[in-house]
Ligand binder design. Structure first.
Ligand SMILES: Cc1ncc(COP(=O)(O)O)c(C=O)c1O
Length: 509
């Protein structure tokens, strides 16, 4: 173990030089860059470092810690990307001044409330059943299109078929009674262990495997959470616009939807309702549909709101395996000291939705309720797919698969940005830094997104207005009728270039 301990436990500032107490361990699973990031972040969240406190330069830090300059630079870049620190040109690097005091809440400062109602108990009896609205799944007719920029669908050509069939076959050989008996409704322990191991470095979510419930994709997770925490008349905060799949589940359970607008920094937390016991559904890493990332300040304020109003936050981290700029952002759950966040992840995007596999990371006090509810819903997920997925992850193939497709999808995103630029000039684009789709704000003088979609379809090119892309709008004047969603991961670079050329031809025509 090589330990580089510098200064004392709090930052020491000497004649303009700052030393941070950072301990690096080579034996740690996380990289040196991640260890530096984590420790500085913790100092900020604990209040050891305050707004505007100076930090060492990357050169000083690399010398102090005995790491390469690049390692220090990458750690700082990630802290800057997540809003913890900022640089002032020619002056230095400082802790971000904008972090609210609530950033410094210590763990345990929580309103320890018992789990809200377990099931709807008939108190809504007599109320009119909510109209059952459902989200849009991919339209099979679009298979005939020359190029379909449908959102959220992975490329069938990238599915790791060979490895997957080997794992399935191997598991079948030794299945014993696994296929003929029930098992833990919370899911296969090996898979939950593999997910916990993946989430810590990939998403900054540190949890025990016992906190993880395997579900049939996020959609099943929305139902699981909703059935426990929502009852007729309760408040469900949703982003405006938001993902239909989640909003309609909450609505079907009788929740009153409370839309909160989003802007470039994500959810406008000043418009959160002042009511107790709400559930808030959010997509902080890559807002669906618009693609913006929630700022650190807003994340902290959202967590603080949840603590104050005894609310739970449903964090849908659906496509966060793909981040093309800098290191992966820490999930909201990674900041959650008071266990107000229920984290939802899915294998639908990085593997395929046909697997119907996802996971919920539950706050400790809700774990047993979730396990029981999952049992009531469907006794848990299929054993075979869980076992194959556990093996695929444990063997290291999942990590390699992710790295491979992340690179491929980055190239496709670049091809899309390049093609838009070539045919339409400077384009105002959102959400291109991560995920599987980006959003193009159509310029003045263009038809609306719905009209562009219709013209595209007539020319054999599929693009999505928000409604087609399963997004729910609450405000007709939100400007979103000018937003066009373009999924880029299921098409080759050539298909992307041809598709955008065709769309340009159709619009000019
Ligand atoms: C925002 C969002 N969340 C979650 C999902 C994934 O759903 P599932 O995991 O149920 O396949 C989707 C699918 O398109 C989505 O767009």
């Amino acid at each position: 173990m090589s330990i580089a301990t510098l200064g004392r436990t709090s930052p020491v500032i000497r004649s303009g030089h700052v030393q941070l107490s950072i301990i690096l361990r080579e034996s740690e699973k996380s990289t040196l860059q991640t260890q530096i990031f984590d420790q500085i972040r913790t100092m900020i969240l604990n209040g050891q470092l305050r707004g505007d406190d100076p930090l060492p330069t990357t050169r000083e830090l690399s010398v102090q810690l005995g790491v390469s300059r690049n390692t220090a630079v990458l750690a700082y870049e990630r802290l800057i990307a997540e809003g913890y620190i900022r640089t002032k040109p020619y002056v230095g690097t400082f802790v971000s001044p904008d972090l609210p005091d609530t950033a410094f809440l210590s763990a345990g400062e929580t309103t320890a409330t018992p789990p809200p109602m377990q099931v709807t108990d008939g108190s809504g009896a007599g109320e009119e059943a909510p109209h059952l609205r459902t989200h849009r799944l991919a339209d099979p007719n679009r298979r005939r299109l020359a190029a379909d920029f449908w959102v959220g669908r992975p490329d069938a050509r990238t599915f790791p078929m060979k490895a997957w069939s080997q794992h399935i076959k191997a598991r079948l050989k030794s299945a014993g009674s696994k296929l003929t008996s029930y098992s833990d409704p919370a899911g296969l322990l090996e898979l939950r262990q593999a997910i916990a191991k993946h989430l810590a470095p990939a998403r900054g979510v540190v949890c025990d495997p016992e906190q993880i419930i395997i579900v049939g994709g996020c959609q099943d997770g929305f139902n699981l959470v909703g059935r426990l925490l929502v009852h007729p008349g309760s408040t469900a905060v949703v982003e405006s616009p938001c993902y239909q799949g989640a909003a309609f589940v909450l609505e079907s359970l009788g929740a009153k939807l409370h839309p909160v607008p989003i802007d470039r920094d994500g959810l406008d937390v000043t418009q959160l309702p002042h009511v107790n016991g709400a559930v808030a559904y959010v997509t902080p890493s890559h807002q669906y549909p618009v693609g913006v990332t929630m700022s650190l300040q807003r994340r902290i304020e959202l967590l603080s709101w949840a603590t104050q109003y005894d609310a739970y936050i449903m964090e849908d981290d659906y496509d966060s395996d793909f981040r093309f700029v800098g290191s992966p952002l820490t999930a909201l759950k990674g900041l959650d000291r008071n266990e107000r966040v229920i984290y939802l992840g899915t294998f639908s995007k990085c593997m395929g939705p046909g697997l119907r596999l996802g996971y919920v990371v539950a706050p400790r006090r809700l774990v047993e309720s979730f396990r029981r509810m999952k049992m009531l819903m469907n006794n848990g997920q299929s054993w075979l797919e869980q076992a194959a997925m556990a093996d695929f992850m444990a063997s290291g193939e999942f990590g390699r698969h992710l790295r491979r497709i992340r690179q491929l999808y980055r190239e496709r995103r670049d091809a899309l940005l390049g093609a838009l630029h070539k045919h339409f000039g400077e384009c105002e684009v959102y959400g291109e830094q991560a995920g599987m789709h980006l959003v193009w704000k159509l310029p003045e003088g263009f038809p609306s997104a719905e009209e562009v979609e219709a013209k595209g379809l007539a020319a054999g090119v599929g693009v999505c207005s928000l409604a087609t892309g399963s997004a729910l709008r609450f405000d007709k004047n939100d400007g979103a009728d000018r937003l066009l969603m373009l999924g880029f991961v299921a098409l080759s670079e050539k298909e992307i270039e041809d598709g955008i050329a065709r769309l340009a031809g159709a619009l000019k025509g």
